[in-house]
Design a protein around this ligand. Structure first.
Ligand code: GLY
Length: 577
């Protein structure tokens, strides 16, 4: 472990006290007050914000039992594997940022999936040499070696205070006794029935014996999953990566056409990495380094934006959105070329997050005219697809902080449950470049740096982030959303720092996204038509699409903790005490 010690800041931020329930800010000599368009939840001691209410309550219960933020985060991770099966998981992977207050260290735990030993560069190409997305998305070959169980165990061992049986007890109970299905779960199972019920082992768990759907208010019991959780609680990650569970997972993958072996599972490792760091207008940013692209490009985009008077240009004005889109385009073009697993390729993270590089990129931006993506670098347009991942944030009464994003990749991953385990398996291999230059399921183009190789981790956009002020955690945030994770997380940070929003306003505000290719400035539905016209006049190819991301954030102020769950997806909860 290489601890990253945060430097003390000399920033001009002063959280205003004096009875205001919302954050207000003194910056650059001017006072910005929250517009109070939305109110965050408040708590004094500890807080858990996640996409699913049972899981948030589990985290709160652990905090109230005296556990720290890591204990609670690990409990939430196992809890979401039961109650949010479309993204919470045992059969996927993710990233956890941890800040330990007393030691003043911030670390990044990488528990991203790894490619099986028999994976190779051309494994997703058909006879004509074309990438076949069916193989990389909905097939045994789409499954990477899961990292979640080892990642959560590692976090608990290094930074927690409780035992696995203690933190896993609530999840085991929910799997065993069942829990009440909410409209979000019922709707996603109904919507994806064709894909999920195609796997008999999945149909038997997530649909009723007579083939009917679970409806809101029904109870979903997951007996096999409860048994798997019991094994892990008793034996630790050994119980998952060795023995009967590993055998069942490898057998299910092979039966579905994949190449995973029990040796692949036995060889899996989670890694503690040094966070990628940067500054923005006097705040320190610590985020996820490669194999995530998230932290690197959040900092790259912030560095570009720092050169513009964003506060004066205004929130979601055409001028600001145009500049953000141009910055995003350039960062995603870099992503396609340079980013990959740092254990396999040299990623120029320092150069990409350097302020002088941002200054150079800024010089290529015309404030009045969009740069066509194809003139930045070659690429192919591609459609967007749906996606699922989930983020949660935890703060405890000692000031320890966890920012965790984990995933199965698509909703319910590959859709395949390893028979007899209740464990859904990811389709994370699609995050590799099946063929350099050809877009993946999120329309993202990758290069050789992200080509498939045995034992390699696929490039991710997951961006669990901690923002510091005066050396102390100030904002904990992150989001699902595939390629939109980076830009959703970025906008929460900018909304708070540039636009003085409280965390609920920063969460709820209309989002935009550009990922270089397709050359589209994607916006959520409620941007004003005259702003859209101004953007089109600048040459931006504006498309209005469904909402993006589902951030789960906590702002830490002298008067307590403010939390906000994203209203874009149902079922989330801020739980604090
Ligand atoms: N599977 C989405 C991501 O890792 O970015």
């Amino acid at each position: 472990m290489t601890p990253f010690k945060l430097l003390a800041l000399s920033c001009a931020f002063i959280a205003a006290l004096g009875g205001l329930p919302q954050a207000s800010f003194a910056r650059d000599g001017a006072i910005y007050r929250s517009m109070d368009l939305a109110h965050p939840e408040w708590a004094r001691h500890g807080m858990v914000v996640s996409q699913e209410a049972y899981a948030s309550k589990i985290g709160l219960q652990i905090l109230q039992q005296g556990g720290n933020a890591v204990d609670a985060a690990v409990a939430v991770g196992f809890g979401l594997a039961v109650t949010l099966p479309r993204a919470g998981n045992l059969g996927g992977g993710g990233f956890m940022m941890v800040h330990m207050a007393r030691e003043n260290i911030t670390v990044a735990i990488d528990y991203r999936e790894m490619a099986p030993a028999r994976a190779h560069r051309d494994m997703y190409l058909d006879e004509q040499g074309n990438a076949d997305p069916r193989l990389s998305q909905f097939h045994g070959l789409s499954v990477g070696v899961p990292g979640t169980v080892m990642g959560l165990e590692l976090a608990l061992k290094e930074y927690g205070t409780m035992t696995l049986p203690q933190v896993m007890a609530p999840a085991i109970e929910l799997a065993e006794q069942g829990f009440i299905v909410n409209p979000g779960l019922a709707g996603s199972l109904r919507g994806l029935k064709k894909r999920l019920a195609g796997w008999p082992s999945t149909r038997e768990i997530f649909y009723k014996d007579n083939g009917e759907n679970y409806r809101p208010g029904d109870r979903l019991v997951q007996a096999d999953l409860a048994q798997s959780l019991r094994i892990i609680a008793a034996e630790g990650s050994k119980g998952f990566y060795h023995g009967p569970l590993a055998e069942k997972i490898a057998a299910a993958v092979v039966e579905a056409g994949g190449v995973m072996t029990i040796e692949d599972l036995a060889n899996y490792t989670a890694v503690i990495r040094e966070p990628v760091t940067g500054t923005y207008r006097g705040y320190d940013i610590a985020s996820m380094p490669p194999p995530s692209s998230g932290g690197t490009h959040i900092i790259e985009i912030l560095n570009i934006m720092e050169g513009y008077p964003v506060t004066e240009l205004g929130h979601n004005s055409a001028a600001t959105i145009h500049l953000m889109a141009e910055a995003m385009k350039r960062a995603y073009a870099d992503r396609s070329k340079y980013l990959g697993d740092p254990d396999f390729v040299t990623v120029p993270t320092t150069a990409l997050t350097d302020k002088s590089y941002a200054a150079h990129l800024r010089q290529t931006i015309d404030q009045n005219r969009a740069t066509p993506s194809k003139s930045l670098s070659p690429g192919q347009p591609a459609p967007y697809e749906s996606n699922e991942t989930t983020h949660y944030s935890v703060v405890d009464k000692w000031g320890n902080v966890v920012s965790n994003t984990y995933t199965l990749n698509f909703s319910y991953g590959s859709g395949l449950v390893a028979r007899g385990t209740g464990i859904l398996l990811n389709n994370e291999m699609d995050d590799f470049s099946a063929k350099p230059g050809v877009p993946n399921g999120y329309g993202l183009i990758g290069g050789d740096s992200n080509a498939v190789a045995a034992g390699k981790r696929p490039l991710s956009s997951m961006s669990p982030t901690i923002v510091f002020k005066d050396g102390k955690p100030f904002l904990v945030t992150g989001s699902p959303g595939g390629s939109r994770i980076i830009t959703s997380t970025l906008q929460v940070i900018m909304n708070v720092i540039d636009h003085g929003m409280n965390i609920a306003e920063a969460t709820n505000s209309t989002r935009i996204h550009h990922q270089w290719f397709p050359d589209q400035l994607r916006i959520e539905k409620n941007l004003s038509p005259d702003t859209i016209q101004l953007l089109r006049d600048k040459g931006q190819n504006v498309v209005v699409r469904s909402s993006m991301g589902s951030t789960q954030s906590i702002m830490i102020t002298p008067e307590g903790l403010y939390g906000a769950s994203d209203p874009r997806l149902r079922g989330a909860l801020v739980a604090g005490y």
